[in-house]
Design a protein around this ligand. Structure first.
Ligand code: F6R
Length: 262
């Protein structure tokens, strides 16, 4: 796992965006895995600016969202259909036909999950999966004790996750209780993983993910199993890492061929 400690939250976004734009310039029809929530917003902002000002062309990129709430109509402003369209697809100029989000209102959620796995398999593998991490260590909405072998399925959101996401809704009661989420096994199938985290509230989860035991109690620790995972965090999110000096030293001494920050 490569750990990059960035000087600011904005720098986290800039570094992660560099990885993604390098990929898209090399492979304009790359398949990206996209996350929602606050963590990746700086990435999307930086990519959108490169689309506007630096000739980055995302029109052939395919995107697969990690998850969706169960029961929120796609048109609801906080459905991940809406969030992905607002924060990713529109600003980056993605073709709507190339943007996929699990069907949270499907009459048969299990069939919708199977169909989502089929779509990913058909288009994939996902070349680069963008991830955030929940304060409880979840990635996607794989809450603690999710199986490392799990595939896209219906999950019950942890009370902490509902409370954390209540900021997007009028009240806690409005936050759905269930979601469809790619499984940890689905996420691990991506060729590259780039996880970003900012702020002190993520410090425990980041330390558990990077330096803790491999355990379903911290679903993010599944990244330890992946051969190409990059974790980009700001100083507050890195504050509980024991080996932070080593990660800084490693990054400062990266050989040119491993650099991605332009
Ligand atoms: C969202 C997702 C979640 C978030 C996580 C962090 O698609 O998969 O794992 O990345 O809940 O959320 P924020 O970034 O809002 O702190």
């Amino acid at each position: 796992m490569q750990i990059v400690i960035a000087g600011s939250a904005a720098e986290v976004g800039r570094l992660a965006a560099a990885k993604i734009s390098n990929l898209v310039r090399e492979r304009p029809d790359a398949v990206l895995g996209v996350a929602t929530g606050s963590s990746p917003l700086a990435i999307y902002g930086e990519l959108a600016s490169q689309v506007r000002n630096k000739g980055l062309d995302c029109s052939a990129v395919q995107a697969f969202a990690l998850d969706e709430y169960v029961g929120l109509p796609a048109a609801h402003p906080e459905s991940y259909h809406s969030v992905i369209r607002r924060e990713v697809a529109d600003p980056l100029g993605l073709d709507p036909a190339n943007v996929h989000v699990p069907e949270g209102t499907a009459a048969d959620p299990a069939a919708a999950c199977e169909e989502y796995e089929r779509l990913i398999a058909e288009a994939g593998p996902v070349e680069l999966q963008i991830l955030g991490i929940g304060a409880n260590g979840h990635i996607g909405f794989n809450e603690p004790t999710s199986s490392f072998a799990s595939r896209t399925r219906i999950k019950t959101l942890a009370p902490q996750t509902r409370a954390d996401n209540a900021r997007f809704f009028d009240s806690l009661d409005d936050v759905p209780t269930h979601c469809l989420t790619q499984g940890l096994g689905t996420i691990l199938d991506a060729r590259r993983l780039v996880l970003v985290a900012q702020g002190e509230g993520k410090a425990n989860a980041v330390a558990a993910m990077v330096e803790g035991p491999l355990t379903s109690m911290c679903p993010g620790s599944a990244l330890q199993l992946h051969p190409d995972a990059t974790v980009i965090v700001d100083e507050p999110a890195a504050s509980l890492l024991q080996l932070s000096d080593y990660y800084r030293y490693t990054y400062d001494n990266l050989p040119d061929w491993q650099r991605f920050d332009g």
